[in-house]
Design a protein around this ligand. Structure first.
Ligand SMILES: CC(C)(COP(=O)(O)OP(=O)(O)OC[C@H]1O[C@@H](n2cnc3c(N)ncnc32)[C@H](O)[C@@H]1OP(=O)(O)O)[C@@H](O)C(=O)NCCC(=O)NCCS
Length: 332
């Protein structure tokens, strides 16, 4: 209830202009959904509830207002990114609302990326997020929906791009919602220089479900990302790519072993002595279960065993913060 109210609040300035998005003809919606890789059965289900969405007193304005706000906020990296739970318990349109938002906003996102000169394969890969989050929803609940739908916000605002194995998110250090936290103190970042200071631009790296973290795939990813992303968004005060994740717990190497792809990925970064304490995220990403199920979880892999060992000892997991040189700033 609270999250739905927060969503209404989030779109209060844009809901008035949002109605136009719900006038999208069914044929165009089908076209976009099949381009996004949804199966015929899923598309039928989305279509079946489209009429109810259009006349729904809560979710109609929410979907329209959300798309309008996402479009308004493009290039505004410091607009907040709210992290809401999914609205699955709000009936079919609540379960499907991110699919409507995603599909109806996709054509304008594609235009926006094309104007930036992003290559078509990069645009397609970026849009693959919908199907991936739909797959996770099926795995967890056996129904059509979008797991962690809020994640679509930076993507649909055009600031999150998928290159090779990884997603890259444009952000301002110390300011944007998903900037690494904790980051260096003001004094430390001044010593480190341009590219580390509050407000400097950076790429926040994210690891999609099932990402190929082999050495070759990552080498190719970073090479392509440097070229593609710096052409689309030339560096001014940007120098680093950052990563804050459960995968950056400094204890992982000793817990899981040096042959782990995650551990080797971690080694590409300068690991700071900073982290956020975490239980919920790591249990979600490693077990796809809520942390409240911790007691009954059974480890089937080395990473799962490591997580259970730490959490059951009463300690928290550490979402470590790391950085790597990505591109050189041209304006200081
Ligand atoms: C990215 C990902 C594919 C990496 O997996 P990987 O390449 O197998 O990584 P490793 O080589 O380090 O794995 C070592 C072991 O841990 C297991 N493992 C790795 N990530 C795991 C995860 N998220 N859940 C459960 N087990 C995992 C592997 O299956 C392997 O098991 P085994 O050797 O006991 O059979 C996987 O972690 C994933 O899909 N994660 C979800 C996305 C995510 O967490 N993003 C970060 C958000 S902050």
């Amino acid at each position: 209830m609270e999250a739905v109210r927060a969503a209404e609040e989030y779109v209060k300035e844009t809901r008035g202009d949002g109605a136009r998005w719900l006038e999208t003809p069914e044929a165009q919606l089908v076209d976009t959904l099949s381009g996004l890789g949804l199966q015929a059965g899923a598309i039928d289900e989305v279509l079946m509830h489209y009429g109810s969405l259009q006349s729904h007193p809560l979710f109609g304005p929410l979907v329209g207002g959300m798309i309008e706000r996402l479009v308004r906020d493009r290039e505004h990296l410091d607009e907040p990114i709210p992290i809401w739970p999914d609205f699955d318990e709000w009936g079919d349109v609540g379960r499907l609302w991110w699919i409507y938002v995603f599909a109806l906003a996709t054509p304008s996102l594609i235009e926006c990326h094309r104007r930036r000169g992003l290559p078509e394969p990069t645009i397609r890969r970026t849009l693959s997020a919908l199907q991936r989050h739909v797959d996770i929803h099926y795995r967890k609940w056996g129904t059509l929906g979008v797991d962690a739908g809020w994640w679509m916000i930076p993507l649909l605002r055009g600031e999150l791009v998928h290159v090779g194995s990884l997603q890259f998110h444009r952000l301002h250090l110390g300011v944007s919602t998903l900037a690494p936290d904790p980051w260096f103190s003001e004094e430390e970042s001044f010593t480190l220089g341009p590219g580390f200071r509050r407000g400097d631009e950076a790429w926040g790296i994210h690891i999609p479900d099932g990402a190929d973290l082999t050495r070759g795939a990552l080498d190719a990813t970073f090479e392509e990302a440097r070229e593609t992303l710096s052409r689309a968004w030339p560096a001014r005060t940007r120098r680093v790519a950052t990563l804050q994740s459960w995968m950056m717990d400094p204890r992982l190497a000793s817990l899981v072993g040096g042959d782990s792809r995650i551990v080797n990925f971690q080694r590409r970064f300068h690991l700071t002595a900073r982290w956020g304490e975490d239980v919920d995220n790591v249990v979600e990403f490693v077990f796809r279960e809520p942390a409240s199920h911790l007691r009954g979880l059974v480890a089937r892999t080395r990473v799962q065993a490591a997580v259970l060992q730490v959490l059951r000892s009463g300690d928290a997991w550490r979402d470590g913060v790391g950085w790597m040189d990505f591109d050189a700033p041209s304006v200081h």
